[in-house]
Design a protein around this ligand. Structure first.
Ligand code: KG4
Ligand code: ZN
Length: 408
C-alpha cells in the first residue's frame, strides 16, 4: 500500500466553528505499519493542502460560537472544502472506478444510513462523492473530540461517508493531540528526538491544558482550566470592552497601542491560581474582575479608547504571565527538554516573547516549539499529522462516534 516510504492522509476537522480539510504527506519513514508512523527524528510531515473555511463572521454577533449555527455551516461547507483540499493538493488522479448498479445502490444505502434525516447534507455529500474520484491517500483522519458535539458529528459523518464510498479506513483523532502535532509539520530539519520529555501548553477557545509528553503518544495530563479557557477569557473580555470577536487578536492589537505613561489608567488584575501547587488554571474570575473594573468606571471612560487599550494590555499580561509561569514551573520540576505550544491562543506574540525572555533566565533552557502562524488555530493538517502518530488506530466507518469530552 505504501510507496517509497511515503503515505498520505486526508484530514477532516469540524470540532468547533471552522470547517477544515487537508492532505498531509509523511516522508522518509521506514516502519512496518500499513502507513508510515511518524518518528520526530527520522520522518517529516509535509502539507500538500490545508483549507479552512472560517465561520467567525457568522458568530461575531453572539461573541462566541453558536452550536446549531456551526452545525448547519459545517453541513453546507464540508463537500466544497474537501473538494478544494483534494484539488489543490496536487495528488495524482486515480483511475475512476466503474460501479455496477448494485454497487452504486449499496453505496447510496450506506450514505442514507449515515446521514439519516439530514437530507441536504446527504445530497451535497452524495453529489461530491459521485463527482470526485477516490483521492490518492491511504486513509481519512477525523477529529472525534473534544469539541462541540453537534460540530464534531458533521465531520465524522462526512468522513464516514467518504470512507464507505472510497473504501478507505478512518483514523479517529483527538483534537488536543492535533494541536501538539501542528508543531511537527513542515519543519525544515527533523526535530531532534531529544525534545522529550516535553511540557505541552494547549490554549484555545475551548481548552487550557498542561500535558507532559514523554514521547509520541505518551501523554500525561498535568492540569487544566477548572472553568473558562484562556481564549474564552480573551473573547469574553473583548466583548465587555467592545473590541470585537475573536477576542485574542483584538486584545493583542489594542494592547500594542497602550501608552504606559497614562497616569489615570493604572489597572491591576489578579493572576488567578498562579502560585497554587497544582498545574490547574482558572480564568473565569479574571473575566469577572474585568467586568467589575469596567462597571465602576464613568460612562465616558468606559467608551474611551485609552481605557480599552489599558485594559487589553493588563488582561493580556495577566493571562500570559499565569500560563508562562505555570508551564515553566512544570518544565523545571519535570526536567523537560522542551516546551511545546498549540491552540489559537499560542498565536499570541506576547506569549512567545514572554516565554523566550523567561526561558533565557533559566540555568537549563528548554527548547520552545511554536506552530507556524496558520497552524496554531484549528485546521485539518494538524489532524492528518496526528493520525501519523498512530496510523494503526484504524476504525471502520460503522463504529465511529463523537466524544465531546475526549481526554488525551
Ligand atoms: O484553537 P482555536 O482556533 O479554536 C478552538 O479550539 O477554540 O482557538 C481560538 C481562540 C479564540 O479564543 C481566540 O480569541 C484565540 O484563540 N486567539 C488568540 C490569538 N489568536 C486567536 N488569543 C491570543 N492572541 C492571539 N493572537
Ligand atoms: Zn482547537
Amino acid at each position: 500500500m505504501r510507496k517509497n516510504g511515503i503515505s498520505k492522509i486526508l484530514g477532516i476537522e469540524t470540532s468547533c466553528d471552522d470547517t477544515c480539510a487537508a492532505v498531509v504527506e509523511l516522508s522518509a519513514a521506514a516502519e512496518t505499519s500499513p502507513f508510515g508512523r511518524f518518528d520526530p527524528a527520522r520522518s517529516r510531515l509535509n502539507i500538500l493542502s490545508n483549507i479552512v473555511s472560517s465561520q467567525t463572521k457568522l458568530h461575531e454577533k453572539y461573541g462566541g460560537v453558536f452550536p446549531s449555527l456551526a452545525k448547519r455551516e459545517h453541513q453546507r461547507n464540508l463537500a466544497a472544502v474537501t473538494a478544494q483540499a483534494i484539488r489543490s493538493s496536487g495528488l495524482k488522479k486515480m483511475p475512476k472506478e466503474k460501479l455496477s448498479k448494485e454497487d452504486l445502490s449499496e453505496k447510496v444505502k450506506n450514505l442514507k444510513m449515515i446521514f439519516g434525516k439530514e437530507d441536504d447534507f446527504f445530497l451535497s455529500s452524495a453529489e461530491f462523492l459521485k463527482k470526485t474520484g477516490k483521492p490518492d491517500v491511504e486513509a481519512i483522519a477525523v477529529t472525534i473530540g473534544p469539541g462541540l458535539e453537534p460540530s464534531l458529528w458533521q465531520g465524522i459523518n462526512f468522513a464516514r461517508a467518504a470512507s464507505s464510498w472510497w473504501n478507505l479506513p478512518i483514523i479517529p483523532v483527538n483534537h488536543i493531540e492535533g494541536h501538539i502535532a501542528a508543531n511537527f509539520i513542515d519543519q525544515k530539519k527533523n526535530a531532534n528526538a531529544d525534545i522529550f520529555p516535553a511540557v505541552c501548553l494547549i490554549a484555545s477557545g475551548g481548552h487550557t491544558q498542561l500535558v507532559l509528553m514523554k514521547g509520541i503518544r505518551k501523554y500525561e495530563t498535568l492540569g487544566e482550566s477548572r472553568d473558562d479557557a484562556a481564549g474564552e477569557c480573551f473573547d469574553k473580555a473583548a466583548r465587555i470592552l467592545g473590541l470585537g470577536y475573536p477576542g485574542g487578536p483584538a486584545i493583542a492589537k489594542a494592547a500594542k497601542k497602550f501608552d504606559h505613561q497614562d497616569p489615570d489608567l493604572k489597572i491591576k488584575l489578579p493572576r488567578p491560581m498562579m502560585f497554587t501547587k497544582d498545574y490547574d488554571f482558572s480564568f473565569s474570575g479574571l473575566k469577572t474582575a474585568v467586568l467589575y473594573d469596567f462597571k465602576k468606571r464613568p460612562e465616558k471612560m468606559q467608551r474611551s479608547k485609552n481605557y480599552a487599550k489599558a485594559m487589553a494590555h493588563e488582561i493580556q499580561e495577566a493571562i500570559v504571565e499565569v500560563m508562562v509561569y505555570k508551564t515553566l514551573k512544570a518544565a523545571r520540576t519535570l526536567q523537560a527538554r522542551s516546551i511545546i505550544t498549540g491552540g489559537g491562543v499560542t498565536a499570541s506574540e506576547r506569549l512567545s516573547s514572554r516565554f523566550r525572555s523567561e526561558i533565557a533566565k533559566l540555568y537549563i533552557q528548554p527548547d520552545l516549539l511554536v506552530p507556524a502562524k496558520d497552524l496554531s488555530a484549528d485546521n485539518a493538517a494538524m489532524i492528518a499529522a496526528a493520525a501519523f502518530f498512530d496510523p494503526d488506530k484504524i476504525s471502520g466507518w460503522k463504529k465511529m462516534e463523537a466524544d465531546a469530552n475526549l481526554r488525551i
